[in-house]
Design a protein around this ligand. Structure first.
Ligand SMILES: *Cc1c(COP(=O)(O)O)cnc(C)c1O
Length: 384
């Protein structure tokens, strides 16, 4: 039974202002944006406003913002859509992804390899889980059609040099997608800086509602729709638009941009407090991911000879919600593939803990957590 939430990389609560912005679209403004009548037109006006608002924060054109149902769907649409478009146009077969992608990218890429015959290659990461631009450059071939590199890893928080990577991809005329689902919660992402062709976000990671996301698709990027039907989303994704959630996502993204500095200050201070305390108080512990180039709210560790899932359960009993590795791997006894690909051996990789604070996390709660954690770790180590 936990009541202190330290798992903001898994999901975040919907901000009150976001909830308020969505409310009318569950009620009075319920029309289908594709309908010709006034009900439809009112809905369409709100849809276009949300799209313009998101395009404004990204610094892109409204028609480059495709609404989806989640970050996972955005990743799926980016990879599958671009790969199938390349196939359709008789281009090459080679896809490059990093060794620390979210499953929404890895499993999609693996399916493209297994069922569609694409040639998938994984780019190794350094010991911090970072992707070196040279490692990308060195693997690009004449038949490479797509590179997908995560902007900030969800398990270990490491940030990747996306604009450097996108620059070298563009020089070689290869499409570049980035999964920015984590980063979008902290940084006002600008497409002019990132220079990618496609970028995925999901609203529930930045105080928006679950079940809605977006894919930025640069104008002119060939993309075959994964979900076919009506001509919504510029023919790139069929479905009657989920207007309440889209309005909520636009509001939540706008708030990230408005509050970024203040949120960064709050979370970074708490993150650094967690990191220095844990490493100082717990023997045989190490930080996973890059010490500086990491998400501002993200502290992740490995403890030797400990079971991360047991640790998370024990912390829950003490009142703290954290995670071990990624939330998508609940109950999976296997050590994290991300940590293994960074060179951790199994004895360390099994004992991972992720602590991610939020914009409203209180320091006093963090301090109680920091008192409790070493005691719990010691107790579990004595048991095994
Ligand atoms: C959460 C997450 C996803 C999946 O997003 P959903 O909206 O939950 O589908 C994809 N990539 C990363 C890096 C994530 O953290």
């Amino acid at each position: 039974m936990s009541d202190v939430y330290l798992d903001h990389a898994a999901t975040t609560p919907v901000d009150e202002k976001v909830l308020k912005a969505m409310q009318p679209y569950f009620g009075d403004i319920f029309g289908n944006p594709s309908s010709v009548h006034t009900f439809g037109q009112r809905a369409d006006a709100a849809l276009q406003k949300a799209r313009r608002s998101m395009a404004g924060t990204f610094g892109c054109q409204p028609k480059e913002v495709i609404f989806t149902s989640c970050g996972s769907e955005s990743d799926n649409l980016a990879l599958r859509g671009a790969a199938l478009a390349a196939r359709d146009q008789g281009k090459g077969n080679h896809i490059l992804i990093s060794g620390v992608e979210h499953h929404a990218v890895t499993h999609t890429a693996q399916q493209l390899e297994r069922l569609f015959g694409f040639d998938l290659e994984c780019i190794p990461v350094d010991r911090y889980g970072g992707v070196n631009p040279d490692s990308v450059a060195e693997r690009i071939r004449p038949d490479t059609i797509l590179v997908s590199i995560i902007h900030a890893n969800n398990e270990i928080g490491t940030l990747n040099p996306i604009s450097e990577i996108s620059t070298l991809c563009r020089e070689r005329d290869v499409l570049i997608h980035t999964d920015a689902v984590q980063g979008a919660a902290h940084f006002p992402l600008k497409m002019d800086d990132l220079k990618v062709d496609m970028l995925s976000i999901g609203a529930h990671k930045f105080y928006g509602p679950k079940g809605v996301g977006a894919l930025y698709v640069r104008e002119g990027t060939p993309l075959i729709p994964v979900q076919t039907g009506g001509s919504q989303e510029f023919g790139k994704r069929a479905a009657t638009e989920n207007l309440p959630l889209i309005v909520g996502m636009a509001k939540a993204l706008q708030m990230v941009h408005e509050e970024a500095d203040q949120r960064l200050k709050n979370t970074q201070k708490l993150r650094d407090r967690v990191i220095s305390n844990v490493l100082g108080a717990i023997p045989d512990s190490t930080l996973t991911g890059h010490p500086e180039r990491r998400l501002p709210n993200h502290a992740s560790f490995a403890f030797q000879g400990l079971d991360g899932n047991l640790l998370v359960s024990a912390l829950d009993v003490e009142g703290f919600a954290c995670s071990s590795g990624s939330a998508c791997k609940t109950g999976n006894p296997e050590p994290s593939s991300v940590l293994l690909s960074m060179g951790f051996d199994r004895g360390w990789a099994k004992g991972s803990l992720r602590v991610t604070v939020g914009k409203d996390t209180h320091q006093k709660d963090v301090d109680v957590f920091l008192d409790v954690l070493p005691v719990v770790v010691k107790r579990l180590r004595e048991l095994t």
